[in-house]
Design a protein around this ligand. Structure first.
Ligand code: SAH
Length: 369
């Protein structure tokens, strides 16, 4: 059985060996990505015999939906169980006419950011291209027939730049007019900042929107929060980001999770202003979403405002991510941990759980303003 969503699936060969014209491949792909068919048996304009062959040799779905949660604001989250029993999360966000999906790139994560739920247990494995595409299709199928996905953010579980080989073909499909037809500038890849991988993206395909997670503007603090920084250092992260920016011509985003009493003082804000050094970048401030068992907390409103003031006064373009997906543990990495038996968040906490997505920021990034 081949996963038909894998680029390597031998569909052309199968058609040839069953005496089918090559153009059927295009028709099948149109059913998959345009019509969002759930099964080969739905592909009604294919000859019956061909449908049978497809059913025998290929499968569309390798995952099952373990949980499907919906929030009042239209956010929907899927916990998908992979063929090997591993679980990943992906989210659909609705905002005006925007239909954004947040997808995962790995099971778990190896980066070890100390405040993040996804990396607590390390990385289990990379997702395959087919598994990444499957998230897109599963989420697209939640939309009524007349609606299409408009934006993709790779901000779910995992470090996308640690799995570029499998991610890039999936994003190519997302973009392909014969795939999902989502314009490249509406596809955001969020990274902890791995310079060699950023450089590879710069060389191969700088059309995606890049968001770099900083979380601190000096190496000592950043290494404490983002341990992978120890071997890299901020200077390298910023230099690689600059090279990407030069190649893409599109403004970068830097992400910064505010952690109360840790990286949220006016001094930290001034350090950030200095680090940005007048770059035409957008700073995306992410309200911290508490993770059960971890000591980090959101800052008080007062310290958050003071932090933001320093940035604004210095002329930094700053955006605070809005909360979405309340009540459905919409923060990526958390649902999987719950499913793994980790302690549940207190109910009163869950009611204010943010999702890491700010539609406005994404739109702003996308329009390059
Ligand atoms: N590995 C990628 C994608 C991670 S998810 C990266 O590091 O960018 C996207 C963003 O959410 C990252 O900036 C990540 O640091 C942040 N994040 C992780 N856990 C969080 C939490 N509990 N609350 C708020 N933001 C969090």
């Amino acid at each position: 059985m081949h996963h038909i969503l894998e680029p390597s699936a031998p569909l052309a060969e199968a058609l040839a060996s069953h005496g089918q014209p090559a153009w059927r491949e295009k028709a099948i792909r149109r059913w998959l990505y345009g019509t969002r068919a759930a099964a080969f048996s739905d592909m009604t304009d294919l000859p019956q015999a061909l449908r049978g062959v497809l059913e025998e040799e290929f499968r569309i779905w390798t995952t099952t939906i373990a949980t499907h949660s919906q929030a009042d604001d239209g956010t929907e989250k899927l916990l998908l169980e992979l063929h090997d029993g591993q679980r990943i999360e992906c989210v659909l966000l609705r905002d005006g006419d925007r239909r954004t999906v947040c997808i995962s790139s790995q099971v778990g994560c190896a980066m070890g950011c100390v405040f993040c739920a996804s990396g607590i247990d390390g990385v289990v494995r990379n997702l395959t291209t087919g598994e990444i595409i499957e998230q897109l299709l599963r989420l697209a199928r939640l939309l009524p027939a007349g609606e299409r996905l408009s934006h993709v953010v790779v901000m779910g579980m995992g470090e996308p730049l640690a799995n570029l080989d499998r991610l890039l073909p999936a994003l190519a499909l997302a973009q392909d007019p014969q795939g999902l037809g989502i314009s490249q500038r509406r596809i955001t890849v969020s990274t902890v900042g791995l310079p060699p991988a950023i450089d590879r993206l710069t060389a191969e395909n700088p059309g995606y929107h890049l968001a770099v997670s900083l979380h601190a503007a000096d190496d000592t603090l950043r290494t404490r929060l983002v341990p992978v920084n120890k071997a890299i250092g901020l200077a390298e992260v910023m230099a690689a980001s600059d090279r990407y920016w030069e190649a893409s011509g599109r403004r970068l985003t830097f992400e910064y999770v505010l952690l109360g009493g840790v990286n949220d003082s006016p001094t930290h804000a001034r350090d950030l202003v200095r680090l940005l050094g007048g770059r035409a970048a957008l700073v995306n401030i992410i309200p911290y979403n508490s993770v059960a068992g971890l000591p980090w907390r959101e800052p008080s409103q007062g310290s958050r405002e003071r932090f933001l003031d320093v940035l604004r006064v210095a002329g930094v373009n700053v955006q605070v991510r809005r909360r979405k997906g309340a009540r459905i543990d919409a923060a990526c990495g958390q649902l999987r941990r719950l499913a793994l038996g980790a302690p549940r968040l207190a109910v009163e906490k869950a009611a204010v759980d943010p999702l890491f997505i700010d539609q406005q920021a994404i739109d702003q990034q996308a329009s390059g303003t």
